[in-house]
Ligand binder design. Sequence first.
Ligand code: 9WN
Length: 438
Amino acid sequence: ERAPAYDPPPADPLHVGAVRVLEANWTGTSTVPSRGLYPHQWSWDSAFIAIGLRHLSPLRAQTELETLLTAQWADGRIPHIVFNPSVPLDAYFPSPDFWRSSTAGRAAGAPRTLQTSGIVQPPVHALAAWLVHRADPGLSRARGFLARVYPRLAAWHRYLLHRRDLGGGGLASVVHPWEQGMDNSPCWDAPLARVAPAPARSFRRADLDHGAAEDRPTDLDYGRYVRLAADYRDGAYRDGGGEFAVEDPAFNALLISSEHALARIARELGATGTARHARAERLTRVLSDRLWDPAAGLFSCRDVRGGGLIPERGVSGLVPLLLPGLPRETAAALVATACGPHFGLGGETRLPPSYDLLGEAFDPHRYWRGPAWFNTAWLLERGLRTQGETARADALRTAFLQVAGASGYAEYVDPFTGEACGATGFGWTAALTLDLLH
Ligand code: 9WN
């Protein structure tokens, strides 16, 4: 007797390709953003990656976050890089011998045996932990996943809301452009201009071994990044004294969104979560009071050292769309700005650019000075949905999936053409593709 005819379901090449990237970038305990350019574990990358991995393997998604959290410092900070000791020192700059976390970070409670950086990245982690839990609550409960991560996430938020309230108004400040994650955004040009760059000959850029120089930050930018990081290290990573301090809308909106997620986690663990939701709502009002720029129709960065809002439109200013408690008229103004001439969503651009299309510094290929990035596109997609803008969210989702696949899961793309820039096979691009496919 012949076996019945059987056609396996056609495999979606977009799904298969994304899975392949995540397999290739998985090290056994976490996922690298890119094998060549970024061969260690990055903090906000891992949060976005876990959000996608949960559809593939909830266990691996939990592990991704738990691995990162084992590198948390005693003061609550989650370092922006956890170094893989088996990767050669010269594969990435700045390397562990620059940060010297286990010695210079001792007073701040850096781990003794792991090597990490000493700065942080945006707090996407509690949001990621909640979404990972929801993918398989049974497994999560059986492993005690939330019970183990909750105290660490709570300490992380405490660090940001207390030690990092450098402006004194209730929001967290970043003390280095790498902390906000959009490294060379024109929003940093004015506050960075005050920083004396470290001499170019005092360091060697490993990024240029992998990326085209015209797609990367400049040597002058790097000189300033190195100076700020070295000063922070030389001050034993104590908070408060640095030359650079900025309140950023995306960083704070992610903190607020994660605070809502932490409230849900607390509830799942048997508490009420009410105080955390209330704090998130209060922080949403503080964000509006301190960073809303009514004339520009978006949120701006506040230069805490220079005093005042920075008059540049970055995609970061649209990310507060994520917040359910945003006043109606603010949300409407943000949608209008996203879809207007500065960002061209649903019109001129395929995906939202990282910076104002009409801004003087706009450059469609240079890193965070214009190209579109998939993590911010994912955040805006979620934000539009939160605000009830379903048709716009659907259109952005479709564009995301098309451009991600066609670009080989690129790190970032030309916002008009979708042409790939930077690395391909990039972790969060693949992971967030999986998330939007589900
Ligand atoms: C510095 C890893 C990281 C991302 C950042 C992105 C880039 C590092 C670099 O790569 O920054 O942290 O060397 O340029 O700007 O958002 O987390 O993917």
